[in-house]
Design a protein around this ligand. Structure first.
Ligand code: CUA
Length: 344
């Protein structure tokens, strides 16, 4: 078979493969839920077509030459083929064509990337806070904080401000086709326009500790009227969230049992027993009691240790290694102290 015929076969294979790749409906496999998704899928197809061409040229001609120039039985074992040194035209071609492909790829990718990191002032602002091992979404405009869920309206430009309370995490929503590291001390921003109503997974894509694989939140893209209703419900709940008569036994002990038991109840770390009201009055070997100052949560040691303003940067980090006390639980403890820190 001649070189010309092999080239023709490879060209035909390339055209068929390229056509199938371009026609492939990615959005049926994984929905495209932002304005970036279609562009990123197009870049992906562009790279796949390029890879298909490289694969055919390298593997196709390799196979052809292996067969065409194999050693024949009548040839002596030490026979050498023709020795060729340099071919300027060929070398220019295999340098310039891939270089041109990479320049186009860079230009197309940069346009999408610039749009992802843009920060238009009119976009709806969301603060996504990552911690070991979960997500919190703050809506500064409505003063709403949600944990393990994140709601946003459809057909809306969204800017997500990423913050970490502890280690490096990564904000990933496969259907949005966007992924960005969440680095402590660094203000990373992501921008996109939601285009599809639905429920999605917000997944942590950076190994961040033993709970990494379970670090997920539910992300909801809602119609605008539904989102407005949700905002109203959240605000109503927040205004009447803390009941007026909190007791240690019913409201505080369950929080301690869930988050503090492993260290401050089971092993009484620091001499501190959070399992009983008497333990709070007694204090521990590091801090003498009482660790609560009735009606003054700001000066209570218990609150200082877990409050957003210290003693660690970025807010509460108890219990060590997470899952941390949630803002709603910290608020509940503060409210209980302010109500007089009643035993029952
Ligand atoms: Cu956070 Cu992995």
């Amino acid at each position: 078979m001649s070189l010309g015929r092999v080239s023709t076969i490879l060209t035909v294979l390339f055209v068929i493969g390229a056509y199938l790749i371009i026609q492939w409906p990615i959005s049926q496999v994984l929905p495209e839920a932002t304005d970036h998704a279609a562009s990123i899928d197009a870049i992906f197809k562009f790279m796949l077509v390029g890879s298909w061409a490289v694969f055919l040229i390298v593997q196709g001609f390799l196979l052809y030459f292996v067969i065409r120039y194999r050693r024949r039985p009548e040839e002596p074992p030490e026979a050498l083929g023709a020795q060729i040194h340099g071919n300027t035209r060929l070398e220019l071609l295999w340098t310039l064509i891939p270089a041109g492909f990479l320049v186009v790829l860079t230009a197309v990718s940069y346009k999408v990337y610039a749009d992802i990191i843009a920060t238009p002032a009119h976009a709806y602002q969301i603060d996504a806070v990552a911690y070991q091992f979960g997500w919190q979404c703050d809506h500064p405009e409505y003063k709403i904080t949600e944990t393990s869920t994140c709601h946003m309206p459809v057909d809306t430009e969204i800017t997500v401000h990423l913050q970490s309370r502890d280690v490096i995490h990564s904000f990933w929503v496969p259907e949005f086709r966007v992924k960005q590291d969440v680095v402590p001390g660094l203000h990373n921003v992501m921008h996109f326009k939601t285009t599809r109503i639905g429920a999605y997974h917000l997944i942590c894509a950076e190994l961040c500790g033993y709970g990494h694989s379970a670090m997920r939140a539910s992300l909801f893209v809602m119609s605008r009227p539904d989102f407005a209703t949700w905002v109203k419900q959240q605000q109503q709940q927040a205004s009447g969230a803390v009941s007026a008569d909190l007791s240690f036994k019913n409201d505080i002990q369950p929080i301690f049992q869930q988050h503090c038991a492993a260290c401050h109840i089971a092993t009484q770390l620091g001499g501190l027993n959070l399992g009983s009201y008497q333990g709070l009055l007694k204090g521990g070997s590091i801090v003498s009691g009482p660790i609560i100052k009735a009606r003054d949560h700001a000066h209570s040691v218990l609150f200082k240790m877990i409050s957003p303003s210290g003693p660690w940067p970025g807010g509460n980090r108890m219990p060590l290694g997470g899952p941390y006390l949630q803002p709603s639980e910290i608020n509940r403890i503060a409210a209980w102290i302010d109500q007089g820190a009643k035993d029952s």
